[in-house]
Design a protein around this ligand. Structure first.
Ligand code: CO
Length: 136
């Protein structure tokens, strides 16, 4: 059975200056961070804003030689990935494997907010880096 896709969990947006972006979102959209987390093994610092049951995720690179740092050098600031919330990441990965979809993460791993996540390669998803998120 295919695991249900239940929501857009978040949109990940790469920014050059995290402090300036947080200030900008607060001033223009009136949002306040609900979570701030440094994920050292991914080389990223993230700030989440709630938008209904979904989130906006601002991503600042911890250095130039990190995935988001390299993304910024190539593309500049902008949308980095889209995250779909699913009921079961492991079974979604199984389904994608059966369909020969190229995966970045073969098995689910821990994300922020006590979630399980896995990334799917943009080459298999119409040029969009897709993240699957299962809430804890
Ligand atoms: Co994300």
């Amino acid at each position: 059975m295919i695991s249900a896709l239940t929501a857009i969990d978040h949109v990940g947006i790469a920014v050059d200056d995290l402090e300036a972006a947080v200030e900008h979102y607060g001033r223009t959209l009136g949002v306040k961070p609900v979570l701030r987390e440094r994920v050292v093994d991914q080389g990223v610092e993230e700030v989440l804003f709630a938008a209904g049951g979904s989130f906006i995720q601002l991503l600042g690179a911890l250095g130039p030689d990190t995935p988001v740092g390299r993304f910024l050098a190539t593309n500049g600031p902008g949308i980095h990935h889209v995250a779909y919330r699913v009921s079961d990441v492991a079974s979604t990965l199984e389904q994608l494997r059966r369909e020969d979809v190229r995966l970045i993460d073969e098995v689910p791993r821990a994300g922020s907010r006590n979630t399980l996540i896995a990334f799917v390669h943009p080459k298999s998803m119409g040029g969009v880096l897709v993240e699957l998120v299962q809430e804890g």
